[in-house]
Design a protein around this ligand. Structure first.
Ligand code: OSB
Ligand code: MG
Length: 366
C-alpha cells in the first residue's frame, strides 16, 4: 500500500459562540485537514494547531509549511503507521503537524483493512461520558446561564476556564448554584505563577476534581511544589508533549492526572503510550480537546474509550462548537458520545459541506 500523495486542505469554521481562555479569544477555527491517498483507501487527519501560537508554539500556517516542506517528503513509501513517527523524528517538535499526518496514514491503513481506530487502539467501551469546557465570560450571571444550558443538555462534568481575576468567584458561584454533586474542574492555561499558590489554595474549598495547567508549560518543578501546597489535584496539559514528559511529571509529583491530547503529543500512538504508562502508575487520564471538527472528534472519542480514561473528557457534541460540522454531527445521548465503529476513524467529511467551508486545497504528489 503505497502513498500516492497528500492533500492539505484549509477550512474556515465559525464557532457558535466566542471561546475565551487566559491566552485569547477564538471566534472561528482555521483548521488544516490532511488527506492521505493510497490506491486502496484514503485517510483523514485533523491538525489541531490554532491560528496563532498562543496555546503552544505551533500555529496552523507553520504546521502546513512543516508538512509540505519536511514531513510529507520524509514519509516512508509504504503506508505503515508505525513507521511514520520514526521517519519524522529527526525533525524537532511540530508534534501537531506530525500527529495530523500520522493519523491520516493510520486512518488509510485501517480503512483498507476494515478495522476501527477504537478497536486498533484497544477501546473497551462503546460510548464515552462527556464533559464540556466553558470559556471565560464577561459576568458571573452570564457564566451561570451557560453552565445551566450545558447541564440541561446532559454534560456530566463542567470545566471552567480561569485566569487571575476570574477564578474563586466564578467557581464559588457555580458550586453554589449547581450543588456539591456537580463534577467540576478548572483550567488556567498556564496563567499563574508559584507566587499565586496561596490564592489558588482558596479553590480547595470547592471540591474540584482537578486544576489543569496552573503554571507555565516548562514549570514542572514548580508544579511539583505547588502540588504539595494544594488540596486540589494538579492535572497537566501544555507541559506534557510526550510519554517521557508524562513519566518525568509523574515521578516528580508535578501532577496526579494527565489531560491527553493526541495532537499535543504527536499522535494517537504516543497518546496510547501515555495512557499505558499512566495506567501502570495509577495516574488517571482523560481526553482533552482543541475545538476539533468531527474528523478530529471521531478519533478522540475512540481514544477516550480506552480503559485508563477514567475521567470524563472535553469530547463535547458537535453543536457545542459548530452549527454545521463537516461530518455527520456527534450528538450527546444521556451525557455520552458513541464511539464510531466503522473502519478507521469511522467518519468522513460530507463533500458539499467540505466544499463550502474550504478556503484552500493543495495536492502534494509523492
Ligand atoms: O486548554 O484544554 C485546553 C481549547 C483550545 C485550546 C486549549 C484548550 C481548549 C479547551 C477546549 O479547553 C476543549 C474542547 O472542548 O475541545
Ligand atoms: Mg487545557
Amino acid at each position: 500500500m503505497e502513498i500516492t500523495g497528500v492533500e492539505l486542505r484549509r477550512i474556515a469554521m465559525p464557532l457558535v459562540s466566542p471561546f475565551r481562555t487566559s491566552f485569547g479569544t477564538e471566534s472561528h477555527r482555521d483548521v488544516l485537514l490532511v488527506r492521505v491517498v493510497t490506491p486502496d483507501a484514503e485517510g483523514w487527519g485533523e491538525c489541531v494547531a490554532m491560528a496563532e501560537p498562543l496555546y503552544s508554539s505551533e500555529y496552523v500556517d507553520g504546521a502546513a509549511e512543516m508538512l509540505r516542506r519536511f514531513l510529507i517528503p520524509a514519509l516512508p513509501a509504504g503506508a505503515d503507521p508505525q513507521a511514520v513517527g520514526p521517519a519524522l523524528a529527526p525533525f524537532k517538535g511540530h508534534r501537531m503537524a506530525k500527529a495530523a499526518l500520522e493519523t491520516a496514514v493510520l486512518d488509510a491503513r485501517l480503512r483498507a483493512s476494515g478495522e476501527s481506530l477504537g478497536r486498533f487502539l484497544g477501546a473497551t467501551r462503546e460510548r464515552v461520558p462527556c464533559g464540556v469546557s466553558v470559556g471565560i465570560m464577561d459576568s458571573v450571571p452570564e457564566l451561570l446561564d451557560a453552565v445551566a444550558g450545558y447541564v440541561e443538555e446532559g454534560y456530566v462534568r463542567i470545566k471552567l476556564k480561569i485566569e487571575p481575576g476570574w477564578d474563586v468567584a466564578p467557581v464559588q458561584a457555580v458550586r453554589e448554584r449547581f450543588g456539591d454533586d456537580l463534577l467540576l474542574q478548572v483550567d488556567a492555561n498556564a496563567a499563574y505563577t508559584l507566587a499565586d499558590a496561596r490564592h489558588l489554595a482558596r479553590l480547595d474549598a470547592f471540591g474540584l476534581l482537578l486544576i489543569e495547567q496552573p503554571l507555565a508549560n516548562d514549570d514542572l518543578v514548580q508544579h511539583a511544589r505547588l502540588a504539595r501546597m494544594l488540596g486540589t489535584p494538579i492535572c497537566l496539559d501544555e507541559s506534557i508533549e510526550s510519554a517521557e514528559h508524562a513519566a518525568a511529571a509523574v515521578s516528580l509529583g508535578a501532577c496526579s492526572i494527565v489531560n491527553v491530547k493526541p495532537g499535543r503529543v504527536g499522535g494517537y500512538l504516543e497518546a496510547r503510550r501515555i495512557h499505558d504508562l499512566c495506567r501502570a502508575s495509577g495516574v488517571a487520564v482523560w481526553c482533552g480537546g482543541m475545538l476539533e471538527t468531527g474528523i478530529g472528534r471521531a478519533a478522540n472519542v475512540a481514544l477516550a474509550a480506552l480503559p485508563g480514561f477514567t475521567l470524563p473528557g472535553d469530547t463535547s457534541a458537535s453543536r457545542r462548537y459548530y452549527a454545521t460540522d463537516v461530518t455527520p454531527p456527534f450528538e450527546l445521548a444521556d451525557g455520552h458520545l458513541a464511539v464510531p465503529t466503522g473502519p478507521g476513524i469511522g467518519v468522513e467529511p460530507i463533500p458539499e459541506i467540505l466544499r463550502e467551508v474550504t478556503t484552500s486545497a493543495e495536492w502534494i504528489a509523492r
